[in-house]
Design a protein around this ligand. Structure first.
Ligand code: FES
Length: 83
């Protein structure tokens, strides 16, 4: 079934590009042109990709060996009585 009628790109072609590593509609457009004319197929392409791009998935940050710097207390220092 065609997903992009402007360029005659099928769902199978989009899936093949995705299997080859494309994970954004822009990457699909770069290889096939799909989505670069009227743009009405971009959401459909995005739906076919359907998964988060591995390169965009947030990476776990390694635990730092240095302790975090203490944050200063924003409250004013208490007044002391001087009688
Ligand atoms: S249907 Fe894909 S650019 Fe028009």
């Amino acid at each position: 079934m065609y997903v992009c009628s402007c360029f005659g790109v099928t769902e199978e072609q989009v899936r093949a590009h995705a299997a080859a590593g494309a994970c954004t509609p822009r990457q699909i457009a770069a290889t096939s042109g799909a989505g670069t004319d009227c743009g009405s197929c971009v959401r459909r392409i995005q739906g076919l990709l359907g998964r988060p791009c591995p390169r965009r998935t947030p990476q776990a940050t390694p635990a730092s060996s240095a302790p975090a710097a203490p944050t200063p207390d924003p409250r004013p220092a208490p007044l002391t009585a001087t009688r």
